[in-house]
Every structure is written in C-alpha cells, then in structure tokens.
Design a protein. Structure first.
Length: 134
C-alpha cells in the first residue's frame, strides 16, 4: 500500500501541534498535477487562525527547462495573484515550482512575497518553533 507524507503527518501530529497565527498565505498546487493538494490543504487547515487562498494559476514550471519570457511572465503573474490575495507568503506543493519561483525572484520579480515549500511552512508553524516574525 502507498501512504503519502501528508497522510502520515495528519495521522501522527497531535491535536494542537501548530501554534496560532493571524497570517494569510497563498497556496500554489503543483503545476504538474500534484496528487496531494487536498491532503496538504487539510494540514494547513489544522493551523489555528491561518487563512489560505488557493492560487490555481500555473507558474510556468513545466517549461522551465528552457527559460523564456513566457514562463517568467507566468511566475510574475502568480506572485501578483498571491499579493492581491493579501498573502505575504506563497506556499508551494512542488519542489519544481519552488525552484522556478525562487529563481524568478532573482532579478526578475519585484514582488515582496516570500516563497517556500509547504513542508517548511508547516514545520515553521509547529508549537515551540520560533520564526523570524516572532
């Protein structure tokens, strides 16, 4: 049987594992058709007070092997949608999307939205873990 990491975390983390927040984040499901978006959104829903805006638009990662103006523009538009949703952090499901979006911030984007993977974000919200904002 196949068991996903989000399912293991959901089952293993005790109730109250996450600390309260008033943060709003944007969540970007994997461009390549992530299989775990619903499970990951369920984990994010366990963070008390967290508001999540799902941004379904593609980031352009699937054509990242040959960077061009079109996939850079897609990344810029995704960042703009996250900002428009009131998010200071864009949390991504896919490490490929993460790599593309981080690269797009290196001189290509003027967005102040922080980009991070969903597991790092969840780890930062565990009770007892200090973040830069605290």
């Amino acid at each position: 049987d196949f068991v996903s990491l989000p399912a293991i975390l959901k089952k293993s983390l005790p109730k109250g594992a996450f600390k309260n927040t008033n943060e709003r984040i944007a969540f970007h499901p994997a461009c390549g058709g992530g299989n775990f978006s619903k499970e990951l959104l369920g984990l994010l829903a366990d963070v008390p007070g967290l508001k999540v805006s799902v941004i379904e638009a593609g980031c352009g990662e699937t054509s990242w092997l040959e960077p061009n103006a079109e996939n850079r523009t897609k990344a810029h538009l995704l960042m703009a949608k996250a900002e428009a949703a009131g998010a200071r952090t864009l949390v991504v499901e896919s490490h490929q999307c993460l790599t593309h979006l981080l690269a797009s911030q290196m001189g290509w984007s003027e967005s102040n939205v922080k980009v991070m993977d969903v597991y790092s974000y969840l780890a930062s919200r565990l009770a007892g873990v200090k973040t830069d904002e605290e």
